[in-house]
Design a protein around this ligand. Structure first.
Ligand code: BEZ
Length: 386
């Protein structure tokens, strides 16, 4: 047997075994979309999925040069089902990436599963601090915010005009962390939070809390409730006659729900990393494409989904679609400087977005941008040891 024959045969065997052990770049990339399609966060989940798919469609249905297959699952915003759901996607469906989710408690469990299985996770909303804090990992990223970020921005804003405040929030990670962010920003501006009122997620029994708020009579209030429930909250607040006496601040409180909230929301000020009327070339194109595809203007959830897809595309392009090169994918995303519809987007060491925060005022069905309250805000993430 000639040497040439042996070498050639060995080369063929190596190539064959490599192709058996890893997916061929011609196979579709499997994308696990673990988002709520029922319950109070259903519209938020749809916004994320729509934004993600819009970006993929703009790339001719491909990411990193490979076609994609979606495997979607309704997580119901239920932490008790999160471990099983995430494991189904990773172990049964063998997804290449997990995209999810909206609810902080569910996302924290997804992060645990992602860490255990070294599966790439891009969180397109949930702000749980621990995901890019004590649980941070090379394969875990966020395209959205930490709960601290928009709360902190709202605290800075409210602190410009008011000395005392009361907070109202759902009692789970997102509510608690959002309120902590608000307190930090408010105190930094010289304010004092008099009391934190809360109720369980996803309760909409706001009346007893609004009655307590009216008794305390602070200069201002900050609320974190989200999704469909925020419609009732804002309407209840106005109906209780509190709107003029105790100005209400929020982050998500009016996002995507102004038509349903009507006059009750008019004039409310909120702080987020996206706003109607935000001018930049990427956003102009994004709004036009999103509106054409879905018949409605995008909101922050669509942006977060779109950017999650941009992030994964950057990772995949760096390895020419070879999903086995995991650490190269993570490095590429970590170092990405992304042109987002929200403005410039990059990542801190903990893989949480560094981004600008805007003040928005509710006018008609728009959360119109009035100013940038903090530029390039990064979550301090002191517990992340990467
Ligand atoms: C959260 O659970 O992290 C969350 C949910 C809705 C809006 C914002 C944050």
């Amino acid at each position: 047997m000639s040497n040439l024959f042996i070498h050639t045969t060995t080369a063929i065997l190596i190539a064959a075994s490599a192709s058996l052990s890893s997916a061929q770049p011609s196979d579709p990339i499997k994308i696990g979309l673990m988002l709520p399609s029922s319950g109070t966060f259903a519209d938020l989940g749809k916004g994320v999925a729509d934004g993600f798919k819009l970006y993929v469609n703009e790339q001719g249905g491909k990411l990193g040069g490979r076609s994609v297959e979606y495997i979607a699952l309704d997580d119901e915003s239920d932490p008790s089902k999160a471990n099983e759901n995430a494991n189904k996607l990773v172990k049964r469906d063998k997804v290449d990436v997990l995209i999810g989710t909206i609810h902080s408690g569910v996302a924290s469990i997804m992060a645990k599963v992602a860490r255990e299985t070294n599966t790439l996770l891009i969180v397109p909303n949930a702000g749980a601090g621990e995901i890019t804090g004590s649980m941070c990992a090379p394969n875990v990223f966020r395209s959205s915010f930490s709960n601290w970020q928009p709360g902190y921005a709202a605290g800075l804003l409210a602190g410009k005009k008011h000395k005392t405040a009361v907070t109202i929030s759902w009692k789970y990670a997102a509510g608690e962390e959002s309120v902590n962010g608000f307190r930090e920003g408010f105190e930094k501006s010289g304010g004092k939070v008099l009391k934190d009122l809360n109720l369980p997620f996803p309760s909409v029994e706001f009346q007893p809390l609004l009655a307590q708020l009216a008794t305390i009579k602070p200069d201002a209030a900050y609320a974190f409730v989200a999704g469909a429930a925020q419609v009732k909250f804002v309407k209840d607040y106005a109906a209780a006659g509190l709107k003029t006496g105790i100005p209400l601040y929020g982050a998500f409180l009016t996002e995507g729900t102004l038509t349903a909230q009507g006059d009750a929301a008019s004039g409310l000020q909120t702080t987020l990393h996206y706003a109607d009327g935000l001018k930049n070339p990427k956003n102009d194109k994004f709004i036009a494409a999103y509106s054409k595809a879905y018949g409605a203007a995008p909101n922050v959830f669509g942006v977060q989904g779109y950017d999650a897809a941009q992030m994964y595309d950057i990772g995949l392009k760096a390895v020419k679609g070879d999903t086995s090169k995991k650490s190269d994918i993570y490095k590429a995303i970590e170092n990405a400087k992304i042109e987002s519809p929200r403005g410039p987007l990059s990542f801190s060491k903990s893989h949480n977005p560094i981004q600008d925060f805007y003040v928005r005022v509710a006018r008609g069905n728009q959360n119109m941008m009035t100013e940038t309250i903090v530029q390039g805000l990064a979550d301090p993430s002191p517990d992340c040891k990467l």
